[in-house]
Design a protein around this ligand. Sequence first.
Ligand code: UT7
Length: 383
Amino acid sequence: MERYAHITGWGMAVPEKVLTNDDLARMVDTSDNWIRTRTGIRERRIAGPRDSTASLSVEAAQNALEVADIAPDDVDLIIVATSTPEHLMPATASLVQDALGATKAGGFDLLAACSGFVYALTVGAQVIRSGAMQNVLVIGAETLSRVVNWNDRGTCILFGDGAGAFLLQGSGVPGGVLSTLLRSDGSGASSLIIPAGGSRMPASFNTVREHLHAIQMDGKEVYRFATRVMAAATREVVQKAGLRLDDVRLIVPHQANRRIIESAARSLELPQEKFFMNLERYGNTSAASIPIACCEAVEQGRLRSNDHAVLIGFGAGLTWGAALVKWDVTVKPEVSRWNQLRRRAVYGLAKVRSSLRRGVRRVEGVIYGSDVPENGHKTPPRK
Ligand code: UT7
């Protein structure tokens, strides 16, 4: 029997701190008027000292599990799409797995920049469709404020922090993620890049001094690329699902720039109302923007049961990707009390389990010797 990957849970999380255009105008040579007219953005959320890509991911994932009404120990796989992972290693997904108490789940991070969520959704859906797994958490999460050069007015006005998550579940009933399309053009890699910190240019005094760990972007080039690919990818993914553009209720694009979205609407000869936009309040949250937008579209009644929607992302790589989904699962009228209690117990136990495991590792370290202490820095060799 053919299997389908349904979106049965969705959730989002954004930091509390709001940074307005006026706040930015006090930091760099810009103005509210310039930012609003060129991008459509009014404000964005900025991670506080206690927020991180993992903490936002965990909150969004918990909200998605609540909507789907399943417990974390029923999750088989966690994919975190991000360009701002908690660390270069280990994967943010492992930290999320530990914090959720998803004891039966594997996890990995996926980097496809602003297209990351559509890439992760594609992989998650295919793992389910193959029959290998039943419940997959797909998360898009970013703390871009940590990799922005706050002196560069060309980029620092654009980005914001946040996370969004989908819970995908397998079923024999047709629906869910119906078709996807993933593309990449690495010849445009330098148009949107964090040059240092990888194997090409490891961190050094110079890379830090020259801001090479921050986002660099050729805005005009990315703009041209985005307007070129959005309409074509939307048409293709709709066709691949055997549908017509008229069948699509809502297009949820990556929230980069209002003008890019308007230009795609013109190319597709569709009314602006078919495109969901919330970039005014969050800016560009890269891999998180599409799932956050979906959560708000559901909340506002713009995405309802049995609606077909196109999710479309584009960004660094250069990469782009689109998914045609049937939003055919509604929020359950009431969650099962038993599942709710189970979730709470698992979250509580997750903290205890994690601390116990760290304790056991410390004891083993004392008994058998250890090179890397808890804070992660390698101890200097003994004299
Ligand atoms: O998620 C990944 C995808 N990323 C994107 O989609 C970004 C795509 N690109 C864009 O959204 C736009 O290119 C930007 C919003 C980044 C820039 O808009 P633009 O209309 O392409 O502006 P521009 O770079 O052509 O700059 C126009 C002028 C320049 O001044 P001159 O040379 O005309 O005197 C810039 O120096 O605006 C100046 N400028 C600014 N002025 C005030 C650039 N940034 C700012 C600023 N405030 N923040």
